[in-house]
Design a protein around this ligand. Structure first.
Ligand SMILES: Cc1ncc(COP(=O)(O)O)c(C=O)c1O
Length: 410
């Protein structure tokens, strides 16, 4: 856990502007950015305008008319991730991105997938499904007592197992742990393995550079720290993976051309991983969210999120009835806490809802290995973003104290 407090990054005026551009800020104390961040006005407008255009002139015709703006998505996402537009596919969500990548790998019986104990629940279920259907081996790298994967164990297992795939979740859903994806990339690159990174929780709050991570695939969602719409995501596919001919199992008429009765030819670029039909309004909203975040500066966003997270953790540590569960040298914008005594989960969620505070609960089955190791059945997940204020965090902590000590809020 971090020992020093990070400095505040944004001035009060800047925060005021962010909040003015975020209608949701006036309704609630939104500390559920790991669920879905609040969309800023330009994102909302981009989506609404396109829906209106579709209603007015027709969906296909609206896509034709907005072709130039639609193409900008690939450029914006490429700048965000430091790759070429031709390495990007637009998808329906992070899980969709992840499964398309996974489905493209030509696994053979006995191949190994190497992952972490902390990987995201749906990814773990995907691996287990592959084990069940194709007879693969699933192996997990040991975790360090301080949090995150043990790089020495990773190297040992790479040498011993030569996995077909190394798949790592950058920040898991149930904790603020940040896995060292660049160091992992340095090791994986020395072997003939594919490397898939789930950046669902890190995109929009941490700088991501696929050249530095050296991954073959990176999956992302639009709606969380990037502050885009629900129902949208994207996938980075490296030139190496594209040139090797990897293609999603359910490739369709967008990803491939049907040239002869029994023959199709996949596209050369990453659109090979897209479906023909997708939500153009959400793509335009995602483009706007990416540009909005980059205009503010991802480095600055990261600093402010760290500042707020450190502050929150420092406040929580003063309450002896709870335990902060998150491990790692630095914590992303997700903080999880558990009560030391028994508490009813449903009434706890209800309590915060009544106090106009958006938080969510994380349960053991979201992170079986991690929560069993921490000895908890459920936890409260608080996920601030740069537009949240110290005052909002104070209100949350005060409400938590009131819940614990059974006092009523003023
Ligand atoms: C770490 C992580 N990966 C993947 C996902 C799945 O994202 P989506 O709901 O966009 O499919 C989540 C969702 O919470 C997540 O936290």
């Amino acid at each position: 856990m971090p020992t020093t407090m990070n400095q505040v990054e944004f001035s009060p005026d800047e925060i005021k502007t962010f909040r003015k551009e975020t209608p949701g800020c006036t309704e609630k104390i939104h500390l559920n950015n790991a669920g879905a961040g609040l969309m800023p006005v330009p994102v909302i407008i981009a989506i609404q305008e396109h829906i209106s255009l579709e209603a007015k002139i027709g969906g296909y015709e609206a896509a034709d008319k907005k072709n130039r703006e639609i193409c900008q998505f690939y450029q914006a996402a490429a700048t965000l991730l430091n790759c070429k537009p031709s390495n990007l596919a637009f998808t329906a969500n992070a899980t969709d991105s992840f499964s398309r990548a996974l489905s493209s790998i030509p696994f053979r019986k006995g191949d190994t997938i190497l992952t972490s104990n902390e990987d995201y629940i749906s990814n773990q279920i995907n691996y287990l499904s592959f084990v069940k259907r194709f007879g693969l081996n699933l192996v997990r790298v040991s975790s360090l007592p301080t949090g995150g994967i043990d790089l020495e164990d990773l190297e040992r297992k790479m040498k011993a197992l030569h996995p077909k795939l190394v798949a790592i979740t950058h920040i898991p859903t149930n904790s603020g742990l940040i896995q060292p994806v660049e160091f992992i990339g340095d090791i994986v690159r020395r072997f003939d393995s594919l490397y898939l990174v789930d950046a669902c929780q890190s995109v929009g709050q941490l700088p991501l550079d696929v050249e530095k991570i050296q991954c073959d695939f990176l999956s992302a969602t639009s709606r969380k720290f990037l502050r885009g719409p629900r129902g949208a995501g994207f996938l980075y596919i490296s030139d190496k993976a594209l040139d090797a001919g990897l293609e999603p199992l359910f490739i369709d008429m967008r990803g491939a051309e049907w040239v002869q009765e029994n023959k199709y030819v996949p596209r050369k670029d990453a659109m090979r991983f897209e479906d023909w039909e997708f939500a153009y309004a959400l793509l335009l909203g995602t483009t706007s969210a990416i540009k909005y975040a980059m205009d503010i500066g991802i480095d600055r966003i990261r600093n402010q999120v760290t500042y707020l997270t450190d502050y929150l953790i420092a406040q929580l540590r003063t309450i002896s009835e709870i335990r902060v569960l998150d491990k790692g040298e630095s914590i992303g914008g997700i903080v999880t806490i558990a009560f030391n005594g028994k508490r009813d989960a449903a009434s706890c969620k209800e309590y915060f809802a009544q106090h106009n505070i958006n938080i969510v609960l994380s349960f053991r089955n979201f992170a079986v290995i991690d929560f069993d190791e921490k000895g908890v059945e459920w936890a409260i997940r608080i996920s601030p973003h740069y537009y949240n204020t110290i005052r909002e965090i104070d209100v949350f902590v005060k409400s938590l104290r009131s819940l614990i000590y059974n006092a009523t809020l003023p």
